[in-house]
Write a protein that binds this ligand. Structure first.
Ligand SMILES: CC(C)(COP(=O)(O)OP(=O)(O)OC[C@H]1O[C@@H](n2cnc3c(N)ncnc32)[C@H](O)[C@@H]1OP(=O)(O)O)[C@@H](O)C(=O)NCCC(=O)NCCS
Length: 192
């Protein structure tokens, strides 16, 4: 049975599991030029996760997906320069860190942003992605937000369809970041 839980409700012992950090740091592939491949992303961001900004999907106690979100100037990753400097050295570390901060700050325009969504390949096409999107919208509503925004890369047809099937509507195309994205929006009263 699928169970979706807020990361911060799991407690520190469970969120210390490196498998959870690996899952949550897998996204943001388009920022590889700043934060590297998935192993590097885990080293940079794995210890900086704000678990109150992540919903995790479990099947029989095994984490199979997550949705991350941002609101009130707090997203799933705390911005810390130390891991960047450790990974890339002083100059490149600070440059990459500054680039990552810029990319993160760009998104504060949205009151509530669905920041990232990922389902393990082994668990796809079983409704986990939809369950996570719905849980994220319910969380936004419970936290007092009346709308949810997200950005989907133009070439990600699969994700765009999933969001459309879950009540989101297409808004404008954005050329920054690169590759370009399409903004999508769902008012909380949307009937599905
Ligand atoms: C996009 C992504 C999150 C979708 O996750 P998913 O768990 O496969 O999504 P769902 O199972 O909810 O939906 C996929 C399809 O499964 C089918 N499906 C949904 N519920 C189902 C169920 N209970 N039983 C069987 N099939 C089901 C549907 O056909 C659905 O297609 P539809 O949305 O066109 O109706 C996943 O492919 C992924 O992680 N991709 C890589 C990361 C990514 O692109 N993230 C988005 C960034 S913007």
């Amino acid at each position: 049975m699928l169970q979706i839980l807020l990361g911060s409700s799991l407690g520190p012992a469970r969120t210390a599991d490196p498998a959870l950090a690996r899952l949550v740091t897998q996204g943001r592939g388009s920022l590889a030029f700043l934060i590297g491949d998935s192993e590097c992303r885990q080293r940079l961001l794995g210890a900086c996760i704000n678990w109150d900004r992540v919903l995790l999907a479990f099947e029989q106690d095994h984490a199979v997906g997550y949705v991350a979100f941002k609101h009130d100037a707090r997203g799933p990753f705390a911005l810390r320069s130390k891991p960047f400097v450790r990974e890339f050295g002083r100059v490149m570390g600070w440059l990459r860190f500054a680039g990552f901060c810029l990319s993160e700050c760009r998104e504060w325009r949205y009151p509530f942003l669905l920041y990232g969504l990922r389902v393990d390949k082994s668990a796809r096409n079983q409704g986990v992605g939809s369950g996570l999107v719905q849980a994220c919208c319910a969380h936004a509503r419970m936290s007092g937000f009346r709308e949810v925004f997200l950005e989907v890369p133009l070439d990600n047809d699969r994700a765009r369809q999933l969001y459309l099937h879950n009540g989101f509507r297409l808004l404008r195309k954005r050329w920054v970041p690169f590759p370009p994205v399409r903004t999508m929006h769902r008012p909380m009263e949307a009937a599905l």
